[in-house]
Design a protein around this ligand. Structure first.
Ligand code: THG
Length: 280
């Protein structure tokens, strides 16, 4: 399965049989006070710094999340997208719970974006699937619905199947559906990661779709987050994860190593390139 995303001209292919595509997570106000204060002043210098450093570190796509209390994201998300677009030809993953902000951003983004995200709630599907169709965007589908979050991987698979069916009905192509199995903090639920890993395996095996996740979520509240995130990344990729949302400055080396081990990096070209670029 191939999901194609585009910046202005640059194309990125997320291929279930290809190397892992990293969606950079850092344009996100969670734990970044400086991002909130600069965005409040409509100063996009810091956003552009984060974009550049992530691309250098191996991000193929950038997640753009400008959510903080009191924000008018219908205005700010498109403004941020335009600032990034002015300097970088990279596909964008538009991360907002507000469908109006997503639509406003899609209007100015051009190329082919990834919408982050729809979920199995009726309200969410009704609002977002037509927008994805209208703008020709790909869409991340979270495996939760009106009953909330289930801890049963088979039920998460069933929600993924429902989302796929509804997306197809709305005129979205199968390859433009990307499933999120839900990665959550293992500090508060000891089975959180194993449920996610099993969901990845099932979605990969039964649906063959591309799979994303907010990989760094799992280590909230724990020390040595990098080590934990790395271990989880490797296991997730083995099970079928193809396009994690993660911090490229911390995760690219382990992703390249895993691709090499899994036979997706002939002659270790990408692994060596990342090492030579000083990447970790
Ligand atoms: N699924 C989807 N989208 C998402 C998430 C998801 N978007 C938001 C979030 N979850 C993923 N993004 C982040 C961004 C930052 C962090 C965690 C998740 C974070 N970063 C640490 C920091 O900046 O200090 C660094 C983490 C590290 O050690 O690498 O905590 O689940 N579809």
């Amino acid at each position: 399965m191939k999901t194609i995303l585009r910046g202005k001209t640059r194309e990125v292919v997320i291929d279930t049989n290809g190397p892992v595509i990293i969606i950079g997570e850092c344009i996100n106000p969670t734990r970044r006070k400086k991002l909130v204060s600069t965005l409040q002043e409509r100063n996009f210098e810091y956003v552009l710094e984060l974009a550049e450093s992530q691309i250098k570190a191996g991000a193929d796509v950038l997640d753009v999340n400008v959510g903080f209390p009191g924000v008018d994201d219908v205005k700010l998300l498109p403004e941020t997208v335009l600032a990034i677009r002015g300097k970088f030809d990279v596909p964008l993953c538009l991360d907002s719970p507000n469908p109006k902000a997503i639509e406003a951003a899609l209007k100015v983004a051009g190329g082919k974006c990834l919408i982050n995200s729809v979920n199995g709630e009726e309200k969410s599907m009704k609002a977002l699937l037509p927008i994805a169709r209208e703008y020709g965007a790909a869409i991340i589908c979270l495996t939760m619905d009106d009953d909330g979050i289930t801890h049963d991987p088979i039920k998460r698979l069933t929600i993924a199947e429902k989302l796929l069916e509804r997306a197809l009905k709305a005129g979205i192509k199968e390859e433009d559906v990307v499933i999120d199995p839900l990665a959550m903090a293992v500090s508060s639920d000891p089975r959180a990661c194993i449920v996610t890993l099993e969901t990845i395996r099932l979605v990969h095996q039964k649906l063959g779709l591309n799979i994303t996740q907010g990989s760094s979520n799992i280590s909230f509240g724990l020390p040595n987050r990098e080590v934990l995130n790395s271990a989880f990344m490797t296991l997730s990729i083995l099970n079928g994860l193809t396009c994690p949302i993660a911090n490229p400055e911390k995760i690219t080396a382990i992703v390249r190593a895993t691709d090499l081990i899994l036979g997706r990096d002939d002659y270790a070209v990408r692994f060596v390139e990342n090492f030579q670029a000083g990447g970790s």
